[in-house]
Structures are given as structure tokens and as C-alpha cells.
Design a protein. Structure first.
Length: 389
């Protein structure tokens, strides 16, 4: 028999449904903090975060990167502050950015002071790198006065030596203890606007660590698999680690940490939330796997459809099916779909076949009908923005 963690929440029986619009996981209750205009924790939705890769002191370039991340759907952005000139650029960046800016501080506590004074929405500090307890207390007092949140960001690769010696390595228990010791330093000066992360590059260790932390504190948690890797493998690791915890109700903000453009991190994070019904879905292209029944090149067809629909933001599920077994049924379940085979494709809209086109015209037909449907959705909502970027 499978034993679930004690904190694992379950959907009420009347909410268990195969409806694609049914509620997602029941969230773990945490205290609420603020990052500028955004609430984190409590009943607030899970936020998607990324981190810029530009030199922060090149402020205009960094602001362009922040704008690109925001356009992709990011709610929060973090910027690296390894140099004094980066800290000096924070006031300009925080003033002109349109989403909350978090200053990422390692080693130099003075840069955290500058970030608070610059008006950043939050500061991330690493217990393994800022070791002076009186400086952590100073930051807590300053952040309290300024209304700035602090993220205690523990990483398996940068734990304090004393913690490593005590626990014998970067174990889940070691990372949780590192985080909680830092929270106590802040609590000693009356600071509670804290968010915690305990990241590890191994998704399974990361999952165990966050489960343990969730049972030990009610602070909001930031989820991530650190150093996850390139786009493909990193997205998979992150989906496993972040998705597992979100499904258990754990997590208040997320970052998919990739060796890739930050925009790709945002897209992957949003896709994880959409998959768990934790964010209103946008475009969702589903396609059948390759098998011996396929009567068209499903791989190529699905890729071409995905590219053709790029820029559509309305909540549409488009099915690309290539055989007579599952194709018609799956296409009917989607908002729009094609059941292809024998050199042609039946276009199905809301369960009704509306056209039959040649195989070479399938992509053009799906793009046409999807764009038409997306425009109708926008018109119904009264939104003025185009659905195709």
C-alpha cells in the first residue's frame, strides 16, 4: 500500500473530475508576504519567477531582459548582484521594472543593504555565504523598516561547513536546519516576511527536503531544482521535482532553473502550473505518440502546428492525431483537432467535423481555425489585445 506524506492534501470528493477546468491541488496554508504589489503564500496563486543573465550593471539591457520575461508571463524576476556596480544599478532597475525585482546576494552583505535602500521588492541571501549573524540581524531590521521581503535561499552545493560536519553532507535534514537557523536569526529581530528555498540538483533529494521543510514551518516556499541543466533535460527534472511538490500542495513561487534563455524558464514554469490546473491554460497542443498505426508523420505535423500557432495566448487545446484508433475521439475532446490519415485530415471543432483537407493543407487549416477561435474568445472577454503576438 502506498503511504502518502501526512501533509498531502486531497481534493474534496465533489471536485474529483476529468474536466480539464476542474480545480487543481489543495494548497498548503502558509503565512502571506508581499513582494511589491504581489502577494506570496496564503491564498495567493503560485507565482513564476526567473533570473536575468545580463550583467546587472548594464541597467537598460537588464530592463529589456526583465520586460521579455514579463511578456512571457513571469511574475517576479531576480537579478544577480556580484559586484558593487551591480548594486549601484538596482535603484534605476527597481524604479523602471514593471514586475517585482529581487536582488540575489552572495557573500557581500553590504550589497543587500544597498538593495534594500534601492527599493527592491525583495532580497535573497544564502546562509552558506553570509555567515555573520549580526549582519543577518541588521538586514532583518532594515527590511522590516523598508517593507522588503527576504528569501532565505539554501543550496545543497553551498551549505555552511558547520552544517556539513554536523549532518555528514548536504542531506535534506542539513538543508532544512540551515534554513531554519537563518529564519530564527530574523525572527529574533521581529522579522517574519520571509520566504524559503532549499534547492538541490537531484530532484528526489529536493522533493524530500521540501517535504521535510513544509512539515517544520508555515513560511511560504520557493521551489526549484537548482542547476537543472539544458532546456530539455532541465525541464524534465524541474517538472518532476516542482510538479510533484505542487501536486502535494507545497510551493508558493517556482523557478525552472535552466541553462537557457530566461524566457524558456518562464514558459516551462507556466506549463507546469497549467498541467496541474494551477493557472488558466493557454494554448495546449496535444498529439498522439509515434506508433505503427500512424498514417502520417505525426512528429513533423505536430511540430509544424506548434510553430504555426506560436503567439496565440487564448485557452485553446488543439489535438493532432494520426490514426483511426484514438484520433477521432481525441480530436473531438479538444477545442480543435485533426484526425489525419490516408493523405487527408478531418478537422473537428468542438466535437463536430467541419472540414476535410488534404494532408499538405492540415497545418494551414488548423492555424486558420485556431486563430479564428482565439479571436472569438478575446472578443467574448472584451479584451482589446490581439491574441497573436
Amino acid at each position: 500500500m502506498t503511504t502518502f506524506p501526512a501533509h498531502l492534501p486531497m481534493l474534496p470528493a465533489d471536485q474529483l473530475s476529468s474536466d480539464p477546468d476542474s480545480p487543481g491541488p489543495v494548497r498548503r496554508k502558509t503565512r502571506t508576504i508581499r513582494l511589491g504589489p504581489i502577494e506570496v503564500g496564503g491564498d495567493a496563486p503560485v507565482s513564476v519567477q526567473t533570473m536575468t543573465v545580463t550583467p546587472t550593471h548594464e541597467a537598460d539591457l537588464t530592463l529589456q531582459a526583465i520586460a521579455a520575461a514579463q511578456a512571457a508571463g513571469a511574475d517576479i524576476v531576480r537579478v544577480a548582484v556580484p559586484r558593487r556596480e551591480d548594486a549601484e544599478a538596482l535603484a534605476y532597475i527597481a524604479e523602471h521594472a514593471r514586475i517585482p525585482v529581487i536582488a540575489d546576494i552572495h557573500f557581500q552583505w553590504k550589497y543587500a543593504v544597498m538593495a534594500i535602500e534601492a527599493g527592491c521588492a525583495g532580497v535573497r541571501i544564502n546562509p552558506g555565504n553570509i555567515k555573520k549573524h549580526d549582519k543577518v540581524a541588521l538586514l532583518g531590521n532594515m527590511a522590516n523598516d523598508a517593507g522588503v521581503a527576504i528569501r532565505i535561499g539554501v543550496n545543497g552545493g553551498s551549505l555552511e561547513q558547520a552544517i556539513l560536519d554536523e549532518f555528514g553532507g548536504p542531506t535534506p535534514e542539513a538543508m532544512v536546519e540551515s534554513a531554519l537557523r537563518e529564519t530564527r536569526l530574523l525572527e529574533d529581530v521581529g522579522f517574519y516576511d520571509t520566504k524559503i528555498s532549499v534547492k538541490h540538483s537531484d530532484p528526489w533529494v529536493m522533493i524530500q527536503t521540501y517535504r521535510l521543510l513544509a512539515d517544520r514551518t508555515d513560511y511560504p516556499l520557493h521551489l526549484g531544482v537548482t542547476e537543472a541543466g539544458p532546456l530539455k533535460t532541465g525541464s524534465i527534472k524541474s517538472a518532476v521535482g516542482i510538479g510533484t511538490l505542487l501536486a502535494e500542495g507545497i510551493g508558493d513561487t517556482i523557478r525552472v532553473s535552466l541553462s537557457a534563455d530566461p524566457v524558456e524558464e518562464v514558459k516551462a514554469g507556466i506549463a507546469i502550473l497549467e498541467s496541474l490546473h494551477m493557472r488558466q491554460r493557454g494554448l495546449d497542443v496535444v498529439s498522439c505518440p509515434s506508433c505503427g498505426r500512424a498514417q502520417v508523420d505525426v512528429w513533423t505535423l505536430a511540430e509544424d502546428v506548434q510553430k504555426g500557432l506560436e503567439g496565440i495566448e487564448a485557452p485553446l487545446r488543439v489535438a493532432v492525431m494520426g490514426c483511426v484508433v484514438n484520433g477521432p475521439g481525441e480530436a473531438r475532446e479538444a477545442d480543435l483537432g485533426v484526425a489525419a490519415g490516408n493523405g487527408k485530415g478531418d478537422i473537428i471543432k468542438k466535437g463536430v467535423k467541419i472540414a476535410t483537407v488534404r494532408e499538405e493543407d492540415i497545418v494551414e487549416a488548423l492555424v486558420h481555425y485556431a486563430t479564428e477561435m482565439a479571436d472569438e474568445i478575446v472578443a467574448e472577454r472584451g479584451e482589446g489585445a490581439p491574441v497573436v503576438a
